[in-house]
Write a protein that binds this ligand. Structure first.
Ligand code: IPE
Ligand code: IPE
Ligand code: MG
Length: 241
């Protein structure tokens, strides 16, 4: 079946905007970082439930290019959490057959974190059961701008002709070039916006905005959303005859 053909089966690639950690903590009278820790703990169960649900690709939004605007306490707490999480989960991810990739840019990240990210990508590079992509310092506009820059450089260097540029060309320069487009994008916490996530890639994704805050997200909720996806009529601009 063509990559963009209508399908009534389950989603092959699910992307999640894991939102609501701060409000979850605030509701308990605790600092925002408490919510981020609780949120991080939800990831393993969701990743582990993917094979049974037929979800081959899972992409999760962990930190956006705009999240640097938060307080230094929150940003550095999140960076420490990412480091600790990657160290703690590396072996389990490898053993569970998960191939991990990161999208976004690493230049602004602490070298120790960037190092752990590269090591985990290498450690899991032969896995193929589930492809987990974590977006850290990722923004869709930044990704498209960076892609355009590299594309322009290829034109300037004579590797690409202007006439050859079409909608198949640009995605080859995106961070996600090895991934299929997401079939389904889930956002928790009741906000109905995409906040700069996978702008190009989600042109025809189905969206599911749910009220649950990310630290309360469970594999049962995930399974229900995935099951609901099968009932959607994806037309991709065509008219059913
Ligand atoms: C999502 O939760 C996690 C990150 C953006 C890192 P938030 O921290 O945005 O939580 P809310 O939206 O303030 O509740
Ligand atoms: C989007 O959530 C980014 C992540 C989940 C990592 P935000 O909480 O940063 O988005 P806004 O500020 O509500 O748009
Ligand atoms: Mg938020």
């Amino acid at each position: 079946m063509a990559k963009d053909a209508p399908s009534h089966s389950g989603p092959h690639h699910v992307a999640i905007i894991m939102d609501g950690n701060g409000r979850w903590a605030q509701a308990r009278g605790r600092p925002r970082l408490f919510g981020h820790h609780a949120g991080a703990k939800r990831v393993r169960e969701i990743v582990e439930s993917c094979p049974a649900l037929g979800v081959k690709y899972l992409t999760i939004f962990a930190f956006s290019t705009e999240n640097w605007k938060r307080t230094q306490t929150e940003v550095s707490g999140l960076m420490s959490l990412f480091k600790r999480y990657l160290m703690k989960e590396a072996r389990a991810l490898k053993e569970a057959g998960v191939r991990v990739r990161f999208i976004g840019t690493r230049d602004r990240l602490q070298p120790a974190l960037a190092q752990l990210m590269s090591e985990l990508e290498t450690l899991t590079q032969d896995n193929d059961l589930v492809h987990l992509t974590v977006a850290i310092n990722y923004g869709g506009r930044d990704e498209v701008a960076r892609a355009t820059k590299r594309l322009a450089q290829d034109v300037a260097d004579g590797r690409l002709s202007v006439d050859a540029i079409d909608q198949e060309t640009l995605p080859k320069y995106l961070d996600t070039h090895v991934l299929p487009d997401p079939d389904l994008v889930i956002r928790t916490s009741g906000e109905a916006r995409i906040s700069n996530f996978l702008l190009w890639q989600s042109a025809y994704s189905e969206y599911e905005f749910i009220e649950t805050l990310w630290p309360d997200f469970t594999k049962q909720i995930f399974a229900n959303i995935v099951a609901n996806f099968a009932t959607r009529d994806r037309r991709f601009g065509a008219v059913k005859t």
